[in-house]
Write a protein that binds this ligand. Structure first.
Ligand code: COS
Length: 384
C-alpha cells in the first residue's frame, strides 16, 4: 500500500475492507473457481460450480442467516465485478442464485423460506427467476401465464421463456396472472419447485453459452403457502428484485470491461506495427483512455446505486437504472474497442476477447433493456 492509500481515502471510493473483499473475490475466482468452471458443459447448469461458490463462502454472504438482515447490495456488486473479471461462469452462477432466490427470501412465509434459502445458500439448490414470456419481456404487466384458484392453492397454466437456469433449476420464482384486465396490478408471485408435476421445459442455445431455457406449466399446483407476498402484488415483488439486481448487472459489466481493457493494454504495449509499439499511435492509446474513463464512471455509478440501496433507499429505481444503463453500454464499447485494438487474433474462438464479445451483448437486454432503463429515468425526470 502506498502513502496515498494509507489514509481514509477519497470520499467517493470503496473503503479498505471493500477493496480487500474485492481482491479476495478476484483471487477466489482465479484460483479456486476457474478450475471448477472449465469442467462444466456449455449452456447447462454447472452444479459443482454452484457448490464451489458456497464452499468459498460467497453465496452465504448474499443470504445472511438472520432473515431480518438484508442482502448487501454492495457486496453483491463487488462479487459480480470481481468474478466477471476472473471467471465469467462463476459470476453468472452466483448472480442467478441471487436473482432466483431473493424474492423467496424477501417475500415467502417462514416455512417456504426455510425450506429453500439454506439450500440455495449452501449451493445445493439452484434457483431461477421466471418472469419473461414469449409475448411479454419489456412489458411484464402484459404477462399471460395464469394462476387459477384451486382447492388449497392455485393451478398454473402457460409458458415462460429465456429463463436463466431453466429447465434445470430446483426452485423457481414464477410470476403469474391472478386477475384479468388489471395489468401490473393483477400479477402474483409463486415459489414453484422444479420437480412439480405438470412443469416441463427445454434448454435454449444462445450467442454466448448461458444456462437458459423455456418452461411449460400444465396445471402446476402451487399451494397457498407458495404465494410470495400478497395476491395481485407480484409485480412489486419483481420490481423490488430488479432494484437490487440491476446495479449488480452494471457491476458485472464493469468487471467484463476491465478485463477487456487489461487485454487491450497488454497487447498495445507489446505489439509492433510500422516500426513502433502500437500504444504510440494515439488512435489506439486515446481510444483506450476514453474507455478507461467510462469504466471508472460506470464503477462509481454502480457503487453509488448499491450504497444507496444499502442505506435503505427504496425504491432505488433511478440509481439502479442509471448504473445498469451506463455500465452495460460502456462495457459494450470497451469490449468492441479492445477487439479492434487486438485485431484478428481477438476473433479466434480461443481468445478471451472473443468470449467477452459474445457475453457483453446480453446484459443490454436482460433485466430491462437499455431503453427500459431510459424509460424509468425519463418518467422520473419529467414527473418529479
Ligand atoms: N419497487 C416497488 N414497486 C414498484 C417499483 C419498484 N421499483 N416500480 C414500480 N412499482 C409499482 C408501482 O408503484 C405501481 O404500483 P401501484 O399499483 O400501487 O401504483 C406498480 O408497480 C406498477 O408500476 P408501473 O405503472 O410503473 O408499471 P409499468 O407497467 O408502467 O412498468 C417498467 C414499468 C417499464 C419500469 C417495468 O415494466 C419494467 O421494469 N420493465 C422491464 C422488465 C424487465 O426487466 N424484463 C426483463 C425480464 S427479467 S430478466
Amino acid at each position: 500500500m502506498n502513502g496515498h492509500e494509507a489514509g481514509p481515502g477519497p470520499r467517493f471510493a470503496l473503503d479498505s475492507s471493500d477493496r480487500t473483499f474485492l481482491e479476495e473475490v478476484r483471487r477466489k475466482g482465479r484460483e479456486a473457481l476457474a478450475e471448477v468452471a472449465v469442467r462444466g458443459e456449455e449452456g447447462r447448469v454447472h452444479r459443482p460450480l454452484v457448490e464451489a461458490l458456497a464452499r468459498e463462502g460467497l453465496l452465504q454472504r448474499l443470504f445472511p442467516e438472520d432473515p431480518s438482515v438484508e442482502t448487501p447490495a454492495l457486496d453483491l456488486c463487488l462479487m459480480r465485478e470481481g468474478l466477471a473479471r476472473e471467471c465469467a461462469e462463476a459470476e453468472l452462477a452466483l448472480a442467478l442464485q441471487a436473482l432466483g432466490a431473493w424474492p423467496i427470501r424477501q417475500s415467502a412465509g417462514a416455512e417456504v423460506r426455510e425450506r429453500w434459502i439454506p439450500e440455495v445458500a449452501a449451493g445445493k439448490a439452484v434457483a431461477a427467476f421466471a418472469l419473461s414470456e414469449p409475448g411479454a419481456g419489456s412489458d411484464p404487466a402484459g404477462l399471460t401465464l395464469r394462476a387459477e384458484r384451486a382447492e388449497g392453492g392455485w393451478r398454473l397454466h402457460g409458458e415462460k421463456t429465456w429463463i436463466s437456469n431453466a429447465p434445470e433449476a430446483d426452485v423457481y420464482t414464477v410470476f403469474a396472472r391472478t386477475s384479468e384486465g388489471r395489468g401490473a396490478r393483477g400479477i402474483s408471485a409463486f415459489c414453484v419447485p422444479g420437480d412439480s408435476e405438470g412443469l416441463s421445459g427445454e434448454p435454449l442455445s444462445m450467442v454466448a453459452p448461458h444456462p437458459i431455457g423455456r418452461l411449460r406449466f400444465d396445471g402446476v399446483f402451487a399451494p397457498d403457502e407458495a404465494l410470495l407476498g400478497e395476491v395481485d402484488e407480484g409485480f412489486k415483488v419483481a420490481m423490488r428484485t430488479l432494484d437490487l439486481l440491476r446495479p449488480s448487472v452494471g457491476a458485472m459489466a464493469v468487471g467484463m470491461a476491465s478485463r477487456a481493457l487489461d487485454l487491450a493494454v497488454a497487447h498495445a504495449r507489446e505489439r509492433e506495427a510500422f516500426g513502433r509499439r502500437i500504444r504510440e499511435f494515439q488512435a489506439v492509446s486515446h481510444r483506450l483512455a476514453m474507455r478507461w474513463t467510462e469504466i471508472e464512471a460506470a464503477r462509481l455509478l454502480v457503487y453509488h446505486a448499491a450504497s444507496s440501496y444499502d442505506a435503505g433507499k427504496r425504491p432505488n429505481s433511478r440509481h439502479a437504472a442509471m448504473a445498469k444503463l451506463f455500465a452495460t453500454e460502456a462495457a459494450q464499447r470497451a469490449v468492441d474497442d479492445a477487439v479492434q485494438v487486438v485485431g484478428a487474433a481477438a476473433l479466434e474462438n480461443s481468445h478471451p476477447l472473443s468470449d467477452l464479445y459474445r457475453e457483453v451483448r446480453a446484459p443490454r437486454i436482460y433485466e430491462g433493456t437499455s431503453e427500459i432503463q431510459c424509460e424509468i429515468l425519463a418518467r422520473e425526470l419529467f414527473d418529479r
